[in-house]
Design a protein around this ligand. Structure first.
Ligand code: GTP
Length: 413
């Protein structure tokens, strides 16, 4: 349960990290979008102003009546700067730079600020501020012609002005050539409105991310818990099945195969034998005078002797050999692919090993038991399992009759 809690915590943590990363990327993208939007606005405004300036330049000369707001431009040094029309009114020439400056002054009371500026201004009022000067210098170095940035509480945009042929009439004296960068037009708007929009979009994104995090965590935790539960049940059932199998297959006291499992294996080996024609031998082992052990040391000591002896016998067998408890103090050993002669040698070894084996009881006494073994083989003839068992039993009976602690082979003794 503790493991499940830790893994579920890690799932939620993983979801939180992934969603948090997405939230961060999304927030930065929204801020980038705000900048892109303002860049588009700046470009539109610049295009409008440039078009008006172009119109002015291609007219050759544009004149307007002299007024308090439009006095003659002191920085325009053309001989026909001021003229009088046929009604006697004084007119003065408004070149593109003068026109741009006048428009920017008209905008002074609005949110939008516009400035025409140059690193080498004819009109000192057009001197660039720090950001504009840095941008114009960057344009000169990089060849770029546009910059947009949030500067303190305003979004700022500047685009470079390139000298066109029609500009030369005013700017030739400054040494400019067509294609030179001679300044720029900058716009700015308060960041407040854009900030509000950005913050609304970011709040929306935060809500969506919070929802996604909740859903992801819920789905992740539910799916994993379900998987954990099902896996736990499956494991428990597999273990229970294995335990059950063990109970059915193994003799509880000695740990060797139970009689039932032994008989199943005998039938299987008989079938294998009849299909592949390999020899098969069967030993029937019985402890000699085991009653005496029980009588002398008690039933529990007898149990210990049975258990230890079974394990000792198992160790003397090959991996393919099969030992099982046939009943009481009687064991059966199946020897697949083993002919009579080989089986007899093995039976002799088992008999000798048992006789040499000493079992230490809990009280410290050493017990020695001997075995009588009956052997039956089916080397050539096809027998049934029952006949093989009966023959081994018969041979065992002979071994007992002949004085115990010996091997008797069916059909030979
Ligand atoms: N402790 C213990 N004794 C068992 C168990 N199963 C059978 N026995 C005992 O094994 C003894 C078998 O006695 P008998 O059939 O007379 O055979 P024996 O004394 O071994 O003599 P022979 O087989 O003729 O050599 C009995 O005393 C049974 O109680 C068991 O699981 N545990």
């Amino acid at each position: 349960m503790r493991r499940l809690t830790i893994i579920n915590f890690l799932i939620v943590l993983g979801c939180a990290l992934a969603v948090g990363l997405s939230w961060q990327i999304n927030h930065e993208a929204i801020e980038a979008v705000a900048l892109k939007l303002f860049r588009a606005e700046g470009r539109s405004a610049f295009t409008l102003i440039q078009t008006a300036r172009h119109w002015n330049a291609i007219q050759g000369k544009v004149y307007v009546p002299v007024s308090a707001d439009t006095p003659p431009n002191p920085y325009l040094r053309t001989p026909d700067r001021d003229i009088t029309d046929n009604l006697g009114r004084r007119l003065t020439q408004v070149n593109p730079a003068y026109m741009t400056r006048q428009i920017s002054e008209l905008l002074q009371d609005s949110d939008v600020q516009m400035r025409i500026t140059s690193l080498d201004p004819i009109n000192p009022l057009n001197r660039p501020d720090g950001w504009e000067a840095a941008s114009l210098r960057q344009f000169e170095i990089s060849g770029e012609l546009e910059r947009v940035e949030r500067v303190q509480d305003r979004y700022r945009y500047i685009s470079g002005l390139i000298v066109q042929r029609e500009c030369m009439q005013c700017h030739e004296d400054q040494g400019y050539r067509v294609g030179d960068l001679r300044g720029g037009i900058s716009f700015s708007v308060p960041a407040e409105q854009v900030d509000l929009l950005v913050s609304e979009m970011q709040q929306g994104s935060s809500r969506v991310h919070a929802l996604v995090l909740m859903l992801l965590s819920l789905i992740g935790v539910s799916l994993f818990s379900l998987f954990y539960l099902v896996r736990g049940r499956l494991q428990a059932s597999v273990m229970a099945q294995a335990e059950l199998q063990q109970l059915v297959e193994r003799d509880e006291l000695t740990g060797v195969l139970s009689r039932r499992a032994l008989m199943e294996r005998l039938f299987t080996e008989m079938k294998r034998r009849s299909r592949y024609g390999q020899p098969l031998s069967l030993l029937m082992l019985d402890l000699d005078h085991f009653k005496r052990v029980n009588d002398r040391y008690g039933h529990q000591a007898g149990d210990l002797v049975l258990k230890e002896l079974a394990q000792m016998l198992e160790q003397h067998l090959r991996e393919v050999d099969i030992i099982g408890r046939y009943g009481g103090e009687e064991f059966t050993v199946l020897l697949p692919n083993t002919a009579r002669l080989q089986a007899e040698r093995l039976a002799q070894r088992l008999c000798q090993a048992a006789a040499e084996y000493r079992i230490r009881l809990h009280g410290g006494d050493l017990v020695q038991v001997t075995l009588s073994i009956g052997l039956a083989s089916c080397d050539t003839d096809l027998l049934s399992a029952e006949t093989l068992l009966a023959r081994a039993d018969e041979a065992l009976y002979v071994a007992k009759q002949r004085g115990r602690n010996r091997v008797s082979v069916y059909g030979q003794d």
